[in-house]
Design a protein around this ligand. Structure first.
Ligand code: NAD
Ligand code: ZN
Length: 360
């Protein structure tokens, strides 16, 4: 009985450096299929009416679509964008460029897949259900932490589940890492999304799925997170390091899994729409029994940056609400198995999980 190892794609091209966004036009030029095949830029609407929007290298019939990151991406939103693009252009676009945080990066990946695959985004939520390549897609993160720029998943809220489209075609063809784009990120959001990366590291490094591949990336990301959130470094240094921490954190979970915080945060997000970074923090503060070292470091980081997490999020929930969250959360079997081992069901009972949610 020989073990078979997964064969994962990686982002084949990446450019890194402050100001490198100005090279995007040159990077796209050779990828243009014809004068009728536009590039579609999906851009976080924070940038609408800002100088930055004027720096997007539009040519011919290229289009910018500004999208709000207020809510996490939904399967219907992906379907609507795909329909809109198909109806407007005779030719398949030359590519899709996602510019923003995890929300926009995930949306752009999903749109690139669905433009070349039939049906609806919800049909592809799961593992390896995509059978035709996506169209060329480029990711440009403007806030660091999720690792969505390197991962082979795009997490979508569907009609009956929050689940990624995990496939070899999800991964970006090109990523552009310009730390300067993150200059405008508000402090709290910087912290929440940065903690997503920190929590990826903790969950990967303490998980039962850990292997040398994941560990090598996880340890580097952890070291960078400590420098960024506990060290004494310049702002520009910090932006560069957090961008690379996000990258390594994403690589670390590619070959392992996340754990308790993500499993619980998905439940919160599904029921209450709590956003990923904040949801992870709300949960993680109470996970000292599972991640003693990680939670101790997290407490130091929260204190150092004077972050006050919202309280009483689960105070008014009904038993039915808890049941919904618990079902979504316990459905993420791989995450629990990674965190607690093969016998996880004996360790994390619905009652114990509810008691954890009640602390939030
Ligand atoms: P986000 O994309 O939702 O953005 C958070 C906020 O920051 C938004 O209000 C946005 O407008 C703002 N923002 C972004 N860049 C900014 C900038 N430069 N200046 C000022 N404001 C800016 O947040 P996120 O935490 O990056 O992403 C969360 C999403 O990522 C969730 O949908 C989650 O499911 C997904 N995610 C995906 C993966 C993956 O591997 N695909 C991994 C983790 C999380
Ligand atoms: Zn995450």
């Amino acid at each position: 009985n020989k073990t078979t190892y997964r064969n994962f794609p990686m982002v084949p091209k990446v450019v890194f450096g402050p100001g490198c966004f100005s090279q995007l036009g040159d990077i796209l030029l050779p990828m243009r299929k014809s004068s009728e095949a536009p590039f579609i830029f999906l851009v976080d609407d924070f940038f609408e009416n800002k100088d930055f929007a004027a720096r997007v290298p539009l040519m011919l019939n290229d289009e910018i679509i500004f999208i709000s990151a207020e809510e996490e991406p939904k399967t219907e939103q992906v379907d609507a964008l795909v329909t809109q693009i198909r109806e407007k252009y005779d030719e398949m676009p030359s590519g899709v460029i996602g510019i923003g945080g995890g929300t926009l990066l995930d949306l752009a990946k999903a749109v690139a897949i669905l433009l070349n695959n039939k049906g609806s985004a919800k049909d592809y939520q799961g593992w390896d259900l995509v059978h035709r390549p996506s169209i060329y897609h480029v990711g440009v993160p403007t806030i660091s932490g999720t690792g969505a720029e390197v991962s082979r998943t795009t997490v979508l809220l569907g009609p009956d589940k929050k689940l990624g489209i995990n496939s070899d075609y999800t991964t970006y063809d090109q990523v552009l890492l310009d730390p300067d784009l993150a200059k405008t990120v508000p402090k709290e959001q910087w912290f929440y999304t940065g903690m997503d990366c920190f929590i990826h590291c903790v969950e990967s490094l303490t998980g039962t799925y850990l292997n040398a591949f994941s560990q090598s990336y996880g340890e580097k990301a952890m070291e960078l997170c400590k420098e960024v959130f506990l060290g004494d470094i310049s702002e520009s240094d910090s932006r560069e390091k957090l961008m690379m921490a996000s990258w390594h954190g994403g690589m670390s979970i590619a070959y392992s899994q996340v754990g308790v915080a993500h499993a619980m945060s998905y439940g919160l997000s599904y029921l209450l729409g709590v956003k990923h970074g904040l949801g992870n923090c709300l949960v993680f503060q109470h996970l000292g029994e599972f991640y003693p070292e990680g939670v101790a470091i997290f407490d130091q980081m929260i204190q150092k940056h004077g972050i006050a997490l919202p309280q009483g999020i689960c105070a008014d929930l009904t038993q039915n609400d808890f049941d919904v969250m618990i079902n979504v959360s316990l459905g993420l079997e791989a995450l629990w198995e990674n965190a607690l081992g093969k016998d996880w069901k004996k360790i994390m009972t619905p009652a114990r999980l509810q008691a954890l949610y009640q602390k939030i």
